[in-house]
Design a protein around this ligand. Structure first.
Ligand code: FEO
Length: 395
């Protein structure tokens, strides 16, 4: 991908990673991008860099515009290595006059790169930087996605360079949201929020309030991953407001694993009960669904049901995996129940409900465990559980 002007004299110079398939346990099955931006002003300024293996790709893009040695400033909006992995090489190559970062960014740069003599300049919320014709306003955005994260806002262009926030892991030849399928884009943005930012929803709420109070005039949001929001950027701000407020709809996600199909049969009977109540549902067998896709479906679901047979006095490891991952993301505003078959001891349901209680999921039933293979009556009990959860979802 070559350099691309996104606003007058501001260019995308990042890299597209078509091949990445895992991002810390998140299935990036459609790749990602590492967006970096170059402002060609009196002070030529690079906003973020890219992951280390993509250094040459970024340099190739920069060279289409200028000699990299002419870059005056680097703004480090975020120190995570997908955006600053090649920062040491860039500092060595271009010898910038100044490197701007947040107070926490300075600490993160020190502990990641142990630099000597880098011209670091700490900026805080409200600080500004003149590039010549244009000015950059900084806004610290702690925990979106790390303590060091910050936004760079350029009022002259109504451009918000938003670091991780509002991003998506999706590699495309297109750079703008109005060039791709809108529904698919929003599904990638939702997956990104669910798996990376759900845990920080209180911070997102505060940030959105701050942005409202500042009355920032925004007509483009350029995140560090994925597509740039050129058409109606308010739509992704509105989506973040809904997601961070844990808004749900009448939907359940039934997650299970099974040994000999008994727990699978229970899951299907539960779904018939949900269907009776007119609740939308997704059935997700852990053998064929990635944990990060399950979390995405849970994002806007009011109901969650988890099923596992008992193995070695506990649940199947796939269920422990997804529950551990979900617990870390701190979901809110959910109701649900557990279920599963067993042979002789039957502890899985108890362990699953324990996880659900720790997550604050409202249990509408103590859970159902069924010995070996479910009878018609057992499946009727599962159906009734589906009805019960469905009614709780509908409130
Ligand atoms: Fe895309 Fe938190 O790094």
């Amino acid at each position: 991908m070559g350099a691309l002007e996104i606003k007058e004299n501001i260019h995308w110079v990042g890299a597209v990673d078509w091949n990445i398939r895992d991002f810390h346990g998140y299935s990036t099955y459609k790749g990602t991008t590492y967006n970096a931006f170059l402002a060609m002003d009196e002070k030529i300024t690079l906003f973020d860099t890219v992951k280390k293996p993509f250094l040459q790709e970024m340099l190739h893009n920069i060279k289409q515009l200028t000699d990299p040695a002419r870059i005056d400033y680097i703004v480090v909006n975020h120190v995570e290595l997908d955006h600053s992995g090649c920062l040491p090489e860039m500092v060595e190559l271009i010898k910038p006059a100044k490197i701007f970062c947040s107070p926490m960014g300075e600490k993160a740069i020190q502990s990641h790169f142990h630099p000597r003599g880098w011209p670091l300049e700490v900026v805080k919320s409200g600080d500004t930087l003149s590039l010549g014709k244009k000015t950059v306003h900084f806004l610290e955005t702690r925990m979106l996605h790390w303590p060091d994260s910050m936004f760079s806002y350029i009022p002259a262009d109504k451009l918000l360079i938003s670091s991780d926030a509002f991003g998506q892991h999706w590699s495309t030849s297109e750079r703008f949201n109005d060039e791709v399928d809108e529904a698919e884009l929003l599904s990638h943005a939702a997956k990104y929020y669910a798996n990376i930012l759900m845990i920080f929803s209180p911070n997102v709420q505060k940030l959105l309030q701050t942005v409202r109070e500042m009355k920032l005039d925004i007509d483009m949001i350029a995140p560090d991953h994925g597509l740039i929001w050129r058409k109606n950027p308010q739509q992704i701000i509105d989506a973040y407001a809904r997601w961070s407020n844990a808004e749900t709809r009448e939907k359940a996600v039934v997650v299970y694993d099974t040994m000999w199909q008994s727990t699978a049969k229970m899951a299907r009977a539960i779904c018939q009960g949900l269907q009776r109540e007119g609740v939308s549902f997704k059935v997700m067998d852990l053998k064929v669904n990635h944990r990060s896709d399950i979390i995405t479906e849970i994002l806007d679901a009011k109901g969650v049901l988890f099923g596992s047979p008992t193995l070695n006095n506990g649940m199947l490891p796939t269920m422990a995996d997804v529950l551990t991952y979900l617990k870390g993301l701190r979901p809110k505003n959910k109701v649900g129940a557990a279920f599963g078959s067993f042979g002789w001891s039957g502890e899985a349901v108890k362990h699953i409900t324990g996880f659900m209680e720790e997550m604050g999921i409202e249990l509408v039933d103590p859970g159902i465990k069924i010995k070996n293979v479910p009878t018609h009556e057992d499946l009727q009990q599962c159906f009734e559980l589906g009805v019960k959860v469905g009614r709780a979802i509908k409130g």
